[in-house]
Design a protein around this ligand. Structure first.
Ligand SMILES: [Fe+2]
Ligand SMILES: [Fe+2]
Length: 284
């Protein structure tokens, strides 16, 4: 069963927390996700709440899972909103992207069927599962010397994304379970949400690039593209099993590092070290 954690991640007004990785483009790829993700989580919770009310009355296990899922996603939003406020206060022009994604998600929620929108949610959660694997298994170099706040915000969030990888999939099955609908919802969410993340990252990097020389600007653009390619090359082959009609995310085993992170982030006392700097000792 899931655990809704409230880890002691210290988000304060220190501007140094924003570009938290030594790799500026890596930090802003994830900060761009942070800008958008509370609005996606609001949609997830609204849809899962409807499923809980109308499709889980005779399924106490699904109901309990949805209760905990909603609590986890609510906590994610609270922490990300705090982090996003840091970026707003520091002058990053992210408000227009926030307004745009809010309107787009509202239109989806208002106009589409529950079957489609729950497939959209399941698809987004599938992508988050493989992003968690990518960050925990292939990104150690970007966490070396990282500011613990931004690093832990992501490590905690995506560890819980891996933990609740089956919740929206099960919810979609309770609503529809139609294979073609699942694939359509996945494809649409993959395109729409990644595009939204891209738009937010572009705004953040634009501000960073104001003070760059032409050579630095060229290197920054090149690094951003390299990191995006790197992530897709890692994730896409691993995501292919999604296309199988019998795909079941519950069957993905929890990597030991994610299991250790899920333990580590139960800590509610102030956390002043990045999980990556204490792992594997944190697993002991
Ligand atoms: Fe989340
Ligand atoms: Fe999630």
């Amino acid at each position: 069963m899931l655990t809704a954690r409230k880890p002691g991640i210290q988000i304060n007004q220190a501007i140094s927390q924003i570009v938290w990785s030594k790799d500026v483009e890596f930090a802003h790829i994830f900060n761009g996700v942070s800008v958008v993700v509370p609005y996606v989580e609001h949609l997830l919770n609204s849809v899962m709440n409807e499923v809980r009310t109308n499709y889980a009355a005779d399924n106490p296990l699904l109901k309990e899972e949805l209760d905990l899922f909603i609590r986890q996603e609510t906590n994610h939003s609270i922490y990300h909103n705090r982090f996003n406020k840091l970026m707003l206060d520091a002058g990053y022009d992210i408000k227009p992207v926030m307004t745009k994604i809010t309107a787009e998600l509202k239109a989806l929620r208002d106009k589409r069927s529950l079957a489609f929108i729950s497939a959209y949610c399941a698809g987004f959660e599938n992508t988050a599962t493989f992003t968690a694997q990518y960050v925990f298994e292939a990104c150690d170099e970007f966490f070396i010397g990282a500011d613990p706040t931004g690093a832990n915000l992501w490590l905690w969030h995506i560890a819980e994304e891996f933990e609740h990888r089956m919740t929206c999939h099960e919810a979609f099955k309770a609503v529809s379970g139609n294979y073609l609908m699942r694939i359509w919802g996945f494809a649409y969410s993959f395109w729409h949400i990644n595009w939204s993340f891209w738009r937010a990252t572009a705004v953040l990097l634009k501000k960073e690039r104001e003070s760059m020389t032409p050579a630095q600007l060229k290197a920054s653009r090149r690094n951003h593209m390299r990191l995006m390619r790197r992530q897709f090359v890692y994730a896409i082959p691993r995501m292919l099993p999604l296309l199988r009609p019998g795909f079941n995310p519950a069957k993905l085993t929890v990597p030991p590092k994610i299991a250790a992170a899920l333990e580590f982030f139960k800590k509610t006392d102030p956390i002043n070290e990045a999980f990556t700097s204490v792992y594997p000792m944190a697993a002991e």
